[in-house]
Design a protein around this ligand. Structure first.
Ligand SMILES: Cc1cc2nc3c(=O)[nH]c(=O)nc-3n(C[C@H](O)[C@H](O)[C@H](O)COP(=O)(O)OP(=O)(O)OC[C@H]3O[C@@H](n4cnc5c(N)ncnc54)[C@H](O)[C@@H]3O)c2cc1C
Length: 487
């Protein structure tokens, strides 16, 4: 008889793990507290508009990228239409300068050169363009490519965005590249832009929830089961082995193995009562490891506009005359707008959706405010929306009189709907040193695995999809089965 496995959470990691296990002959069932698949990969409807809460770009959306074939293992990629953008984004300063990060490597090089000053070393631009083309090559097919990528990283790894911009003698590029890439190394630029150059960083028409539903569809076709509105309250153990789950309703489901694809902290300290947390793991979640900091949460302002926005802009970042204050810890000197003209399914004809995602590390503040003073919480949401609309109106014109629908979500929303610690949008932060328990196991506990964004490095959907796959492969290996991926 097939071994029975309970998977906690129908986010992309849970769906991926369950799908691969189902394909490999296990009897899997996913238990999801929400009434939808996707977790953070989601969208919601309001008065005729769909507001997307996730995918800006999906690495592996095009067949030229190796991850395309991995996605195809858990969904039918051909059933989706991806929009591959001509550029990643445009950044404006407050003096009339604009930088567009074009997807095409040569066009990107020309754009960087356009901003170069009189004393620029243009060989730095040539090196970046070559870098983009190099990172677009498949290293699996040619070991020499892997070596060249490594050499590039060594050469450019220690050059910051500011140092790179100084090579180009351009204060504007100093500003613009930091807005786009942060203050760290410039070596991330070729990797990022190589995915766009390959036309493999697309957005699926219909948005993130439609994407999650296509993954769910494949899983159900394989014979998998999903139980929605099923909040797991505990992982049951016997002699230090997981033996099933208990739902909040009190129902107990006995299984041979449990996989948690839910929030890491909740899994370790609530579902398992902290019994299998080593001091090191406790330290991770107590903020004792400076290399292990969760990604921030975000306040999302979503607008339904009764007009389209011309000009082909889809992602704009600009410096408004005054910062947008989200809360005590988040004062945004630069704000962004994602303009969804490219997806006609999200708004009535001739209308469009605009979304601002405003990072904050103040997840607990928003949770407490919602809990303690709902009127103030609502007032803060309105204040942020009003300020954002005023800034966008000053920037693009014709906004404030055309706003039909306003929706504001906060870190409290993210916690309520996905359970993620501090409302983090991507688990552990960038540059995080991969913790020892990325073996996906907890010390002393058998027949139990964790998967998803709290046991791997930051990287969004492809990373958690691959993590779910790797977890399924581990289970097969443990059981002496050859892992089959379906391709
Ligand atoms: C605004 C935003 C934009 C993003 N943009 C991109 C992008 O452009 N590209 C990209 O690749 N990635 C992007 N990401 C990141 C990506 O969405 C996440 O990294 C990924 O979805 C995490 O998947 P996961 O399955 O590990 O976790 P989650 O999505 O958090 O899934 C966990 C699931 O477990 C469920 N759960 C929790 N507790 C319980 C319980 N007790 N019982 C039952 N079920 C439970 C939750 O409801 C949820 O469904 C973005 C994220 C956000 C928020």
């Amino acid at each position: 008889m097939a071994k029975k496995i309970a998977v906690i959470g129908a986010g992309v990691a849970g769906l991926s793990a369950a799908s691969h296990l189902q394909r490999n002959g296990y009897d899997t069932e996913i238990f999801e507290m929400h009434n939808l698949p996707g977790g953070l990969c989601t969208a919601w409807k309001k008065q005729g508009y769909t507001f997307d809460g996730c995918i800006h770009w999906l690495v592996g959306s095009g067949p030229g990228h190796p991850l395309y074939h991995r996605w195809n293992e858990i969904l039918d990629m051909q059933s989706l239409s991806f929009v591959e953008m001509e550029d990643f984004a445009r950044v404006d300063d407050d003096r009339g300068n604009s930088l567009t990060l074009y997807s095409d490597a040569d066009k990107l090089g020309a754009e960087l050169s356009r901003h170069a000053g009189a004393k620029a070393d243009l060989s730095a631009v040539d090196a970046m363009v070559e870098g983009v083309k190099l990172f677009a090559l498949d290293e699996e097919r040619d070991p020499a490519v892997k070596r060249r990528k490594g050499a590039f990283m060594v050469e450019w790894g220690r050059t910051t965005t500011v140092q790179f911009a100084r090579k180009l003698d351009s204060p504007f590029l100093e500003y613009a590249l930091q807005v786009l890439l942060g203050p760290g190394s410039i070596s991330g630029l070729p990797w990022l832009m190589s995915v766009f150059h390959l036309k493999s960083a697309g957005y699926p028409i219909g948005g993130s929830l439609a994407f999650a539903r296509v993954i769910e569809k494949r899983y159900l076709e394989l014979g998998g089961k999903v139980r929605y509105d099923a909040r797991v309250a505990a992982v049951m153990t016997e002699d230090d082995a997981a033996r099933g789950i208990r739902l909040e309703s009190g129902e107990e489901i006995k299984t041979d193995l449990v996989i948690s694809a839910a929030d890491g902290r909740f899994t370790i300290f609530t579902l398992l009562g902290g019994k299998y947390a080593s001091d090191e793991i406790r330290g991770f979640y107590a903020g004792k490891n400076p290399a292990l900091i969760p990604n921030p949460s975000w306040v999302q302002v979503s607008l339904g506009l009764s007009r389209g926005l011309e000009g082909g802009l889809h992602q704009l970042m600009w410096k408004p005359p005054r910062p947008l204050v989200v809360d005590e810890k988040a004062k945004h000197e630069v704000v962004g707008a994602r303009i969804y003209n490219f997806d006609p399914t999200l708004a009535p004809a001739g209308h469009t959706v605009v979304i601002a995602m405003l990072d904050t590390k103040n997840g607990d503040f928003w949770r407490n405010l919602r809990h303690d003073d709902k009127a103030k919480y609502d007032a803060e949401k309105s204040r942020i929306a009003d300020e954002y609309i005023a800034l966008l109106d000053a920037k693009l014109g014709g906004i404030k009189d055309n706003v039909e629908v306003v929706d504001v979500s906060t870190p409290a929303t993210a916690v309520r709907y996905t359970g993620n610690w501090q409302g983090s949008y991507m688990g552990w932060g960038w540059g995080t040193k991969v913790p020892v328990w990325t073996q996906r196991k907890l010390p002393g506990l058998r027949d139990f695995f964790m998967t998803g964004q709290w046991v791997t490095h930051a990287g969004g959907l492809p990373t958690v999809m691959m993590d779910g796959r790797a977890t399924a492969a581990l289970v097969c290996e443990r059981d002496g089965k050859e892992f089959g991926s379906g391709t």
